[in-house]
Design a protein around this ligand. Sequence first.
Ligand code: ADP
Ligand code: TRP
Length: 318
Amino acid sequence: MAQGKKILLSGIQPSGRPHIGNYFGAMKQFVEMQRDHDCFFMIADYHALNTIQDAGALQKGIIDLAIDYLAVGLDPKKSVIFKQSDVSEHTELAWIFDAITTMPFLARAHAFKDAEAKNKEISVGLFNYPMLMAADILLYDTDIVPVGADQKQHVEITRDTAEKFNRIFGKTFNLPEAKILPTVAVVPGIDGRKMSKSYGNTVPLFAEDEEIEKLVMSIVTDSSGGIPKNVYEIHKLFRSEDDLASLYQSKEGKYKELKEKLTHDIKAFIRPLRERRKAIANDTDAVRNILKDGGTRAKEKASAKMEEVREKVGVKLY
Ligand code: ADP
Ligand code: TRP
């Protein structure tokens, strides 16, 4: 890897089909930033274990996400593409962070508070989620973490954890910055809430044409103004606001026609991505090899950092 480039790390959980919110909020930036950063793109499989407790499903999710990464343009020649569980230093460092972090601090995390408010059963792993994410980021001396707005707090927790460790044991970790694109910070779903796999309101990134037609037609429109907000907000991802201004003016109140136009634009955007994905999915052995190689490269960097951490905390004797 070249000297002097900033280090970038990001990850996605292998927990279902990625959607256009994931793409415009996170993945698109990954692809663009490969050129001038040293990049690590991770499959957060141990994070996903909190919700997916079925070996076959997790295995499939991992391979699928690796294929998705490659299909959108992540390039194993430029970047390290790996899965979290291949680098055991992530869980090891998370334990050390657990030891220096208090329960009330983690109880302030939005993800935990949301789950609690919904009376969900909360595993210790879910409560601890931000510690594992802090380890993911800090092991690589990461400068930049490109994510969607919903991950902002996790990056803040990561910074706080790095500062706390540095204060107790001496300067060890770099403080990373989140990189959030303000224009697409929150892509709305077809029901107007944040697009999310867990709400079942997504337009999958590699959707088939028919699926796109159905989903767009079911976008919830409010009838208060001439411009259907949810349709417009999604359309904005595929066309410039100048283009859209004249289109939405000339079709004011004609929701069906506007949806047809949006369907057309989404299809044109997705088709080449979907075809690329199908080609990559034909050779899953090659995909496995890319992950395996990425794991080896990530491990090299993480294990050197972990040696330093073990020494700092006092467990390293030889
Ligand atoms: P989901 O909520 O669908 O499960 P993830 O939590 O797996 O999505 O998110 C993966 C990445 O995509 C994260 O960086 C997240 O911030 C981003 N992301 C997810 N949903 C959206 C959205 N609706 N708008 C913008 N970015 C998003
Ligand atoms: N928490 C992120 C999400 O749900 C996934 C993730 C895990 C991640 N580790 C990370 C993102 C490290 C950025 C950096 O989307």
